[in-house]
Every structure is written in C-alpha cells, then in structure tokens.
Design a protein around this ligand. Structure first.
Ligand SMILES: Cc1cc2nc3c(=O)[nH]c(=O)nc-3n(C[C@H](O)[C@H](O)[C@H](O)COP(=O)(O)O)c2cc1C
Length: 265
C-alpha cells in the first residue's frame, strides 16, 4: 500500500458527496478536464448513484479526476465475503449493472458485452455447479483446499457473470474485414472495462468483490442452467458481498518503471 491513501467507504462517500455538493453550481475551469453530467438536485445517495445515472436531461458539472481515482484506488480484492448487502437491494445492484453495461465503451460501439447477475439461491447454484465440475478433475489430495475455496465463494451474496457475444464479434469481422483479427481482442477488452467499472461501483456502494475465472470449465452447465445463448462466451465471474475483513497487502512496482511521457502543453 506504499504511497496510497485508502479511504473507508463511508468516508469516501462523504468526501465525494461533499465534493459534488460544493461544485454543483460552479464550474471550475482550472480543474482537470474530466467532466460528467450529474443529477445535482439531491445528494442523499452516494456519488456513484449519480455517476451511473447520467442522462442528457441533467445539468452539467465538472468534478476533479481525484474523485474517480479515489474510487479506483479504493477497489480491492476481498475474500471471504458475506451475504450481507447492507441497505442495497437486488434492484439497485441490477440498476448499477445495467447502467454500466449501457455506458461502458466497445469497439465501433459494437456492444458485445453481456451479463447475468445471480443472487441468493441462484448464486449458490453457480458455486455448486463449479464445485461438482472441479470435483471430477481435481486430485483427491488437493481437493480440501479447492472445496474450501468453493464454500467461500458460495458464502458470498451474489455473482456477476461476464460474457461477450460471439455473434456480435463475428458480425463486426464480416463488416470490417480489415480489422477481423482485432475484434475478438477488442471485445475482451471492452468486457474487462465493464468488469472493472462494476468492481469499482460495488466498492463505492460499500460492498466487497473478487474476480474469478472458472470458464471454460463451467460454460456448458452455466448456459444450460440459465438459458444463456450459445453465442455468449463466458469471460469472468465477479463474486460480491459484504466485506468480512481488510484486503490483503498489495505491493506496487515503482510507477517510473511503468510510465513514460513526452512533450509539454
Ligand atoms: C484479469 C484479471 C484476472 C484475475 N483472475 C483472478 C482469479 O482468477 N482469481 C482470483 O482470486 N483473483 C483474480 N484476480 C485478482 C487479482 O489477483 C488482484 O486484482 C491483484 O492481485 C491485485 O489485487 P487487488 O485486486 O486487491 O488490487 C484477477 C485480476 C485480474 C485483473
């Protein structure tokens, strides 16, 4: 965690809400040029409630990129997770997922991302399916730790399944033959943007999450169980729920080794 400030979710929400309140009627031309449209008539909801409900009818306000970066820094991998969603309803979580699904970019606006959200017993069914699938292939002597991991995921509140629609990818390849080999990569990149957006959004709402990859082992059973179209290719599973502890330590390589810049304004 060197060099990073991690705000508790409640503090982060208070900070971002007060930031929005203080900028709701003023345009700060000297702030970095990150601009979003916000519903600024009521601030009883956390910042992300506004962030994910932008429409063209709302008035425009500039905020600092730091508000976004604080949320990005706050997101971590959490396990184990509980079934406690606090004051969040399944409707609210589905609303957040749908807003992100609509607004995360895709190459040529191809909109290849697909999502299935599982709560409660349906979420538990997913981890029963994964457990059965792994039981058939994991050696007996390492089964105990795998079984423990499965029980841990099952103990969470829900799972978001991320897919890319191969029909869309194929359509784009036919339409723009020049980029045919790029479209599968761009579809996966767009899906990754959606995964990150939702991971950050759930964090902003006070939940914890961890990202899993039991595809393609579970693909067929998932498709059969939730009537998922054959063309939807499973990419990832984001397990979410109440936090039961802190995130683990995280080391950072020096940013200088990862970053270059040239030129000046
Ligand atoms: C593309 C990608 C794949 C990942 N796959 C898994 C995974 O299969 N299982 C898991 O427990 N965590 C997985 N993670 C989580 C990473 O291990 C974690 O994000 C990383 O260690 C940094 O920790 P943080 O999330 O707390 O910042 C994945 C993360 C990314 C970005």
């Amino acid at each position: 965690m060197r060099g990073h400030t991690f705000l508790a979710p409640s503090r982060l929400r208070a900070t971002t809400a007060s930031l929005i309140r203080s900028t709701s009627t003023t345009t700060f031309s000297k702030l970095p040029s990150f601009s979003v449209t916000l519903s600024n008539n009521k601030f009883t909801k956390p910042f992300t409630s506004n962030f994910y409900t932008t429409t063209s009818k709302m008035s425009s306000t500039q905020i600092s990129a730091n508000a976004v970066l604080d949320l990005i820094k706050q997101r971590r991998t959490y396990y184990p997770l509980s079934k406690d969603l606090g004051s969040l309803t399944t409707e609210r979580i589905n609303e957040i997922v749908k807003e992100a699904l609509q607004h995360v970019p895709s190459s040529f606006n191809s909109q290849s991302n697909r999502v299935v959200v599982l709560f409660g017993a349906e979420h538990e069914k997913l981890w029963d399916i994964t457990t059965e699938t792994l039981k058939a292939i994991v050696p007996e002597d390492s089964w105990a730790s795998t079984a423990g991991r499965m029980a841990m995921f099952k103990g969470a509140a829900g799972t978001i399944l991320f897919f890319e629609d191969e029909t869309v990818v194929k359509g784009m390849q036919e339409k723009f033959a020049l980029y045919a080999d790029r479209f599968p990569i761009w579809a996966t990149q767009s899906d990754a943007m959606l995964q990150h957006t939702l991971w950050v959004a759930l964090e902003a709402e006070g939940l914890g999450a961890n990202l899993q990859h039991y595809n393609p082992l579970i693909d067929a059973k998932v498709a059969e169980t939730w009537s998922v179209p054959e063309s939807w290719k499973l990419n990832a599973q984001l397990v979410f729920g109440g936090k039961t502890g802190d995130a683990g330590e995280k080391a950072f390589d020096p940013v200088e080794a990862k970053f270059k810049t040239f030129g000046s304004a």
